[in-house]
Write a protein that binds this ligand. Sequence first.
Ligand code: FES
Length: 327
Amino acid sequence: MEWLHRNSRRHRPPIPHVSRDIPLVVADVRAEADDVVSLRLVAPDGAPLPAWHPGAHLDVLLPSGRLRQYSLCGDPGDHRSYRIAVRRIADGGGGSREIHDEIRTGGRITARGPRNAFPFVTAPRYLFVAGGIGITPILPMARLAAARGADWRLVHTGRTPESLPFSDELRALDPDRVWIRPDTEYGIPTSGADLLEQAPEDAVVYCCGPIPMITAVRLALPGARASALHWERFSAPPVVDGRPFTVELARTGRVLRVPADRSALEVIADQVPGTAYSCRQGFCGTCRVRVLSGQVDHRDRVLTDAERGEHMTICVSRASGHLVVDL
Ligand code: FES
């Protein structure tokens, strides 16, 4: 996930790290759409859970040890349960398959957070644009916008009606403000201009979904009547301004070449199965490694200056020349 204001790419705020572990019990598993389930999570003793705001996510530690981020998509006013939703990614890193195939009602997981990398600002007008499972952070935002009496519109795109979760909940907010847009009915792909066409004058746009959709919206923004764009993606960002470098894995002496358009994490994970990662966007810290020598170009949002003296996140940070890491 990544949050950006369109004017602030180089000045992103650091995301406060919330490292408390919260043991949770799966109170309910529900099929929400094709290949999408939601989990309702509660404290084992039913105690109140830490508060959250729309846009927040949980770091979920799965029984296998995998750590994954999932946006909270329930009601922030419900202090006794969290809801997350997960699309099964057949060829992903295994986290979604584990949830779909192995997590059942009564199962236990550990969560950290909630943390908010996609904060929801107060505004009089909004356009919400979601692609597929990208509806998860957007749903609580739309609910809050509706509760506050804001002027808002929402577009939810996806392959088929059956692939789109929470359509009934969205329509229940206000069917006149919600456009459920499956490709099977409207054709593919919709353009960024078409999506932004839905925006009320001077609206703040919140966009979450696949990279092509976000890119289309970003490119169309200058000609639109929207005033600002906040967006979040659920995959690794493309490398920007990358230069090739080499990384040496000190424990084996293996030297790997990281090309300009790939991350060190991708290259290392190809060679070292089980390399730890989670967000792949520089905000969770899971991929952090100790740097033994080399000049690091830090691009994360999680390490403090002091931590950067010895560590780097290999999912986004890069290096010039030769780097030696404790792997
Ligand atoms: S995987 Fe999250 S910071 Fe690298």
